[in-house]
Ligand binder design. Structure first.
Ligand code: GTP
Ligand code: MG
Length: 219
């Protein structure tokens, strides 16, 4: 019975995610879902990415947090429209929350929508939101073993961004080992290495993202 309830919740979410997808298609919006542990650098990568993309594409952001609007304010400082969702305790966004947030955005004026999920490396991966691509960030201080200890998010993603490469000296994070582990978990993963502090590697990621936006859907 318990299993059935969980399945019902996920099935209901899938249905709403498809509705969101139809809305995005109708308005020609490319959607990126960003996932990671708390503090891996989702907002930092978003800010860097928006600085490069907004001259070419009108962007907007849906921010998911348990409480508060700190991240939405950081996005507003870059001059990009943002909507904050407070989950009130839930460890992930779901398609219903995103659908509700869309009513606060001017969809005809958006080409790329970024959704920053709640900081959590496990729960968000179970809930599709209607996105085109899913990106999971792993930051070097978390350790390269997280790819094999928490494989779901990486298995369910199109992209892995290894962030905080500027901190790799002095901690036990082997980038080559991380890349190998990632590809073992998901051979289709596109892998990028960034430092949001120095900006290193951000261009390669935004160039690839722009190519995906231009070509429409998926990797
Ligand atoms: N050294 C270094 N610090 C970084 C880098 N990227 C982010 N940070 C720092 O890491 C901390 C967390 O970054 P955020 O961008 O807020 O992380 P987040 O994933 O959005 O966090 P939540 O939304 O709370 O889950 C901040 O102090 C950032 O300045 C990086 O590449 N290098
Ligand atoms: Mg954040």
């Amino acid at each position: 019975m318990e299993i059935k309830v969980v399945r019902d919740i996920l099935a209901a979410n899938e249905m709403l995610a498809r509705e969101n997808r139809e809305t995005f298609d109708k308005h020609g919006i490319f959607v990126v879902d960003l996932m990671s542990s708390p503090g891996a650098g989702k907002t930092s990568l978003l800010v860097r990415t928006l600085e490069q993309l907004t001259p070419r594409y009108p962007c907007a952001v849906v921010e998911g947090d348990i409480t508060g609007d700190v991240d939405a304010r950081r996005i507003a400082e870059v001059g990009v429209p943002s909507v904050q969702i407070n989950t009130g305790g839930a460890c992930h966004l779901d398609a219903r929350m995103v659908k509700a947030a869309l009513s606060s955005l001017s969809l005809d004026d958006i080409r790329v929508l970024f959704i920053e999920n709640v900081g959590n490396l496990v729960c968000p991966a179970n809930y599709r939101l209607g996105e085109d691509i899913r990106v999971t960030i792993l930051s070097t201080p978390e350790g390269d073993d997280k790819l094999t200890k928490y494989p779901l998010a990486f298995r369910e993603s199109d992209v892995l961004v290894i962030n905080k490469t500027d901190l790799v000296e002095g901690i036990d994070f082997d980038i080559e080992q991380a890349r190998q582990s990632a590809l073992t978990v998901n051979a289709q993963l596109q892998i990028f290495q960034t430092s949001c502090r120095t900006g290193e590697g951000v261009d390669r990621w935004t160039d690839w993202l722009a190519s995906q936006i231009e070509s429409g859907r998926e990797t």
